[in-house]
Design a protein around this ligand. Structure first.
Ligand SMILES: NC(=O)c1ccc[n+]([C@@H]2O[C@H](COP(=O)([O-])OP(=O)(O)OC[C@H]3O[C@@H](n4cnc5c(N)ncnc54)[C@H](OP(=O)(O)O)[C@@H]3O)[C@@H](O)[C@H]2O)c1
Length: 332
């Protein structure tokens, strides 16, 4: 029987996760029971949400227990099936965890249609990140042609897709990211109309210039201080999509929220959060559309791939250090 290399959470991080908060261990693979699958994991999605799952506090999913395999969305190939839902050789995606082999309930994973796109595209564009961009922008943001859509964390996994969908819908897309290299990526690779560097000294001026006609949709992946500044420029009936707040995830102090919230009243604006899992019944629709855009070249997909499960912690830190462009992925 093959062995399983696993990354287990052994301590709750305080601030940025440390290597000592995890243990890499080799375990034997348990028997596959009725209704279960044995899956060879191929790609693991590295998501900012993982940081929240490490904390012992109520959220939309229970915390990862100490000593448990770290939760992660991953994609893999079925090696053995004891379910009528899948057969050996099928590709599946779900919470397979940070490990090389997973035994999962067949009902807890979904089929990956490799005729739509290869699995390395599925793990980023056709998984949580792309689906969040799709539903967050189209359902919550409700963009109209001609409007200005501003995206924070624009060079990241979600943000890189939001700007491209905004352009497809006829909007003007403005991306906010850290550093000139990422800003060039936004305009030259992703097709954003304007890029704003929040790390530059003249950031406030840059944002004001890029949003001369105001902001109709602000898609927020980051939180303060960019969120607070963006509220200054919102137009009448603007929509603020609260997708994430990565600037707060490793903070050990109080959550830093926006001061300028009164702008929501004055502008009759809406600020609304979303959790992508609520859209599960519509995943097929979004996956088909995103794949079609990708195949036609209307949406480009970029990934930052780290090889090897033992480099999980290093790869996670790259994400929080802003070193990744596009989707952060661990290849098994
Ligand atoms: N609501 C949902 O259902 C849902 C689903 C998926 C993701 N999300 C959220 O969406 C957001 C983006 O996720 P993603 O997977 O696309 O990640 P990502 O944008 O690829 O995440 C990494 C980027 O975040 C920025 N960042 C990291 N630490 C930061 C800090 N302290 N302050 C400001 N920026 C920081 C960096 O970009 P710069 O170099 O530009 O700073 C970094 O490259 C996250 O907040 C995530 O939690 C929500």
């Amino acid at each position: 029987m093959r062995n399983n290399l696993q990354v287990r959470l052994i301590a709750r991080p305080v601030g940025m996760p440390r290597a000592e908060d995890f243990r890499i261990e080799e375990a034997s693979v348990p028997e596959v029971s009725e209704g279960e699958l044995l899956v060879q994991v191929r790609y693991i999605s590295l998501d900012p949400a993982m940081r929240g799952w490490m904390d012992d506090r109520p959220s939309y999913l229970p915390p990862v227990g100490l000593g448990q395999v770290m939760r992660a969305t991953a994609i893999g190939e079925v090696l053995q099936s004891r379910s009528t839902l899948f057969k050996a050789g099928d590709c599946v995606m779900g919470h397979l965890g940070v490990q090389t082999v997973a035994v999962v309930r067949a009902q807890a994973v979904r089929r990956v249609d490799t005729t739509l796109a290869p699995i390395d595209v599925h793990i980023g564009l056709l998984s949580t990140a792309g689906l969040t961009a799709y539903f967050g922008l189209l359902d919550t943001g409700q963009p109209l042609a001609g409007e200005t859509v501003v995206v924070s964390g624009a060079a990241g996994a979600v943000g890189s897709v939001v700007g491209q969908i905004a352009r497809i819908k006829g909007c003007r897309a403005v991306g906010v990211a850290g550093g000139s290299d990422k800003c060039t990526f936004l305009t030259d690779t992703l097709g954003y109309d304007r890029a704003v560097d929040y790390k530059a000294d003249d950031f406030k001026l840059q944002l004001a210039g890029a949003c001369a006609n105001g902001i109709d949709v602000f898609f927020d992946n980051v939180g303060n201080p960019v969120l607070d500044l963006a509220l200054r420029y919102i137009n009448l009936r603007a929509r603020i999509v609260l997708c994430g707040a990565i600037s707060q995830y490793n903070s050990t102090g109080k959550v830093d929220g926006p001061q300028n919230y009164i702008a929501l009243i004055v502008k009759r604006a809406m600020m609304k959060g979303l959790i992508v899992f609520d859209y599960e019944s519509r995943y097929a629709e979004a996956t088909a559309q995103l794949a079609a855009w990708w195949r036609s070249g209307s949406v480009v997909y970029r990934a930052d791939v780290t090889q090897g499960i033992e480099r999980f912690h290093e790869a996670l830190l790259r994400l929080f250090a802003g070193k990744t462009k596009g989707k952060a992925v661990l290849q098994v």
